[in-house]
Design a protein around this ligand. Structure first.
Ligand code: 9D3
Length: 243
């Protein structure tokens, strides 16, 4: 998969893409990610990317021309992208479902905004969708772009070493994860549940399923409506809500 990220803080984005699963996928050739400095697409001496808002008001607005030039260069060097995503607090809230759709694309462009906003003509002419990562105020789209790219990258076959863990991932089933333990079997007086030491794989599977359901009911009951539950699990839930 090919990804181009446009930002005024390319070192910040590169740093976030250099480590871990995504870093390895890049060096291993599974992901072709290019980070572009928006200032490289300015034509003035001082590489200015912002200007005062028409109509007045506080803050600065990102100028349209550098974004249009950046997209032009990306099209020439890398081909026409399948989607141009603007990271924006006014976007749709990012979910695993967005990631599953985006990983189906061959070429994704991600634009990071800064300042109070971005000239509306960038949206109109270049952007195909706008994504937010949640309802809190950040200073720009760089961290959100890293969130989106990492989430999508994990779904590219081979990027996560163990695709069993991708398949088992909590949001894949729509439930929270069950509790995990490793050695020692007793630590500061706290014992690992006996069933996990028993070697009874069927019992362990049931314990984990119940624990995941319990935890989801307790912490994120909103997830249950869309969770992939089998008949037995639905029954477990309805029994539990009666007690
Ligand atoms: C506080 C300023 N806001 C109203 C006057 C507008 C605003 C503009 C730009 C708020 C934040 C930002 C910078 N944030 C992003 O570009 C951003 C973001 C975010 O802040 N939260 C969650 N997801 C995203 S994606 C991009």
């Amino acid at each position: 998969m090919k990804v181009d990220i446009v930002t005024i803080f390319p070192r910040m984005v590169e740093a976030g893409l250099a480590e871990g699963v995504v870093g390895r996928a890049r060096t291993g050739g599974l992901l072709d990610i290019a980070v572009h400095n928006l200032r490289d697409f300015t034509t003035d001496r001082h590489h200015v990317v912002d200007d005062v808002p028409f109509g007045g008001g506080p803050g600065m607005v990102m100028k349209p021309e550098p974004f249009f030039a950046a997209l032009g260069a990306i099209r020439e060097r890398r081909g026409t992208p399948d989607a141009v995503v603007l990271m924006s607090p006014a976007g749709a809230r990012f979910t695993q479902a967005h990631a599953r759709r985006l990983v189906g694309l061959k070429h994704l462009v991600v634009l990071c905004g800064r300042y109070e906003g971005i000239d509306e003509r960038v949206r109109e002419a270049l952007v195909t969708e706008e994504i937010s990562i949640g309802d809190y105020v950040l200073s720009g789209g760089e961290v959100p772009a890293l969130v989106v790219v990492e989430t999508v990258a994990r779904l590219v076959p081979g990027v996560v070493g163990d695709d069993q863990s991708v398949a088992a991932d909590s949001f894949t089933r729509g439930l929270l994860d069950y509790p995990h333990y490793t050695r020692p079997a007793e630590f500061e007086g706290r014992r690992v549940p006996d069933v996990l030491l028993s070697g009874h794989h069927e019992e362990i599977r049931k314990w984990r399923r119940d624990a995941a359901l319990e935890r989801t009911v307790a912490r994120r009951p909103d997830l249950l409506a869309d969770a992939a539950l089998d008949a037995g699990e639905r029954e477990w839930l309805s029994k539990r809500s009666k007690s």
